[in-house]
Ligand binder design. Structure first.
Ligand code: FAD
Length: 460
């Protein structure tokens, strides 16, 4: 029997239109997990509000009744950020998926939080604009969820992560107050920056009900792939290209193991050595020149091949390599569970971190692949292990732990773009020290009864 109180249920019925909530166990089951390997938690109910007023009213009720609320967009989080808090409800933003106003002359868009990233960019393309970060999960990730996790992606090097694009937010606080943070000005030095505070707060400080984003003009693109004999030469190419004043639209690294996986999955025969994918964004003549400078630099540094995409189809093929690494791993290691990393380190530490990962894998007798956003020091790693092999799973966890601690020791972060959620809680204090107490106090001020996504980010 669902333990939801009859009083709470009656109040929900008063606040929300029919069919805006469910207690059906088959429905609840679908909302009990995100894309992480964290344990599922059945919520008491799922609610689908249709406007900011309904969200504020539900929060007020939950605050009075001390019922936890976990906001949910696409549920694609990888660290347990969107797993329901025990004894709570899920507040899904799926029905609030309207692009409210495109302001081309201001390079801005005003939208509801449930809009999906790829859908937004399809609508913006008609105006020659785009919202840049470029998460690989763009077909499911909502803008509200990207705000919740401060999501990044392939284009963050040139344009910044979600936080760099959010100008203004409407937020429902835990007590049901509905407030606007920020303005539509491109810059401001007025007061504390509550917009940046909200971005990356994983639904723990308030629920975002409307968003104004900053946009960029859709650029011309040129794409090239370069293979290098060693990680060091690939890293040198990253450094030299960026030092030459070129800021690529994307600069991705795939290690030799990732390329091996791609070759098996796609039946390709790419050289199985460290590989960089460059994309140049801008006006046609400018990016042609950037590509030529990059070709020369890569060749001087010792690239074994440098291949430019000559057609849109070839560009898609080069990108397919980077985008399909995860699918390749899932196919090759079917039945395995995957231990995934998302650390970010200062650029000078990128290669030492990959080497550390490889040494740890050898020490622990595990296979590891490494790839990521080489231009901004964000490294993703994958370790497959069979669920029945408890010992291998323990070793994989230990490896991940050692690698995160290594990243922290060289000035990096436990999470480049996926957030803390449940999985990375133990690293928050190690990374931020006494500053975690300031975070806790901010949480206490905005959510004194602790109803907003409790249990995430902080170890109790
Ligand atoms: C295959 C795959 C690839 C991925 N690639 C990337 C990548 O390239 N870059 C990257 O950054 N991430 C990536 N991710 C992680 C994930 O997709 C992103 O973090 C994404 O932004 C989450 O969006 P979502 O709508 O699914 O949010 P959810 O998972 O539903 O929620 C994310 C967090 O935000 C909170 N939240 C949701 N909506 C709101 C709201 N309206 N107000 C306040 N809080 C809210 C939730 O409570 C939760 O804490 C990937 C995930 C997968 C499965």
């Amino acid at each position: 029997m669902n333990p939801i109180s009859p009083f709470f249920l009656v109040q929900l019925q008063i606040l929300l239109p029919p069919a805006s909530y469910s207690l059906e166990s088959s429905v609840l089951e679908g909302y009990s997990h995100d894309e992480s390997s964290q344990k599922a938690v059945m919520p008491l109910a799922v609610v689908w509000p249709e406007n900011a007023g309904q969200i504020a009213a539900v929060l007020k009720l939950c605050n009075e009744q001390r019922i936890p609320v976990t906001a949910r967009g696409g549920g694609s989080s990888l660290e347990g950020n969107a797993v329901p808090s025990p004894g709570g409800i899920v507040l899904s933003l799926e029905k609030m998926n309207t692009v409210l106003e495109i302001l081309p002359e201001d390079f801005q868009v005003r939208l509801q939080p449930g809009v999906i990233y790829d859908d937004l960019n399809r609508q913006l393309a008609r105006f020659g604009l785009f919202f840049a970060p470029g998460p690989s999960s763009g077909d499911v990730a909502t803008i509200g969820g990207m705000v919740g996790n401060n999501a990044g992606g392939m284009n963050a090097l040139r344009y910044g992560v979600t936080r760099d694009h959010v100008l203004r937010l409407q937020v429902a606080l835990a007590d049901g107050a509905l407030l606007w943070f920020g303005t539509r000005a491109m810059k401001s030095s007025s007061g504390f920056d509550l917009v940046r505070l909200m971005v990356g707060s994983e639904g723990m400080l308030g629920i975002v009900t409307e968003i104004v984003l900053r946009l960029h003009g859709l650029p011309e693109r040129r794409t090239a792939l370069a293979h290098f004999p060693t990680l060091e030469t690939a890293a040198q190419a990253v450094f030299e290209v960026m030092r030459s004043g070129i800021l690529p639209g994307a600069l991705e690294l795939m290690d030799a193991v990732s390329i091996q996986h791609l070759n098996i999955f796609k039946k390709w025969s790419w050289p199985e050595t460290p590989t960089l994918l460059f994309e140049f964004h801008g006006a046609p003549r400018g990016i042609a020149e950037e590509l030529e400078i990059t070709r020369q630099l890569c060749q001087e540094i010792g690239a074994t091949t440098f291949r430019e995409a000559a057609s849109p189809a070839e560009r898609e093929q080069l990108w397919a390599g980077r985008k399909e690494i995860t699918r390749a791993e899932q196919d090759i290691f079917a039945g395995h569970i995957f231990f995934k990393g998302d650390i970010a380190v200062p650029l000078s530490q990128y290669v030492p971190t990959i080497q550390k990962a490889q040494n740890l894998a050898e020490e622990h007798g595990l296979s590891i692949s490494a790839f990521g956003h080489a231009g901004d020091g964000n490294l993703h790693t994958t370790i497959p292990a069979l669920p029945g092999d408890a010992e291998a799973c323990i070793r994989a966890e230990k490896l991940m732990d050692d690698l995160i601690r290594f990243a922290l020791s060289v000035g990096g972060t436990a999470s480049g773009e996926h957030g803390i959620g449940l999985a990375k809680r133990k690293y928050l204090s190690e990374e931020h020290g006494a500053a975690v107490e300031v975070m806790r106090r901010i949480k206490q001020v905005l959510d004194p009864n602790g109803i907003l996504n409790p249990g995430k980010m902080f170890l109790e």
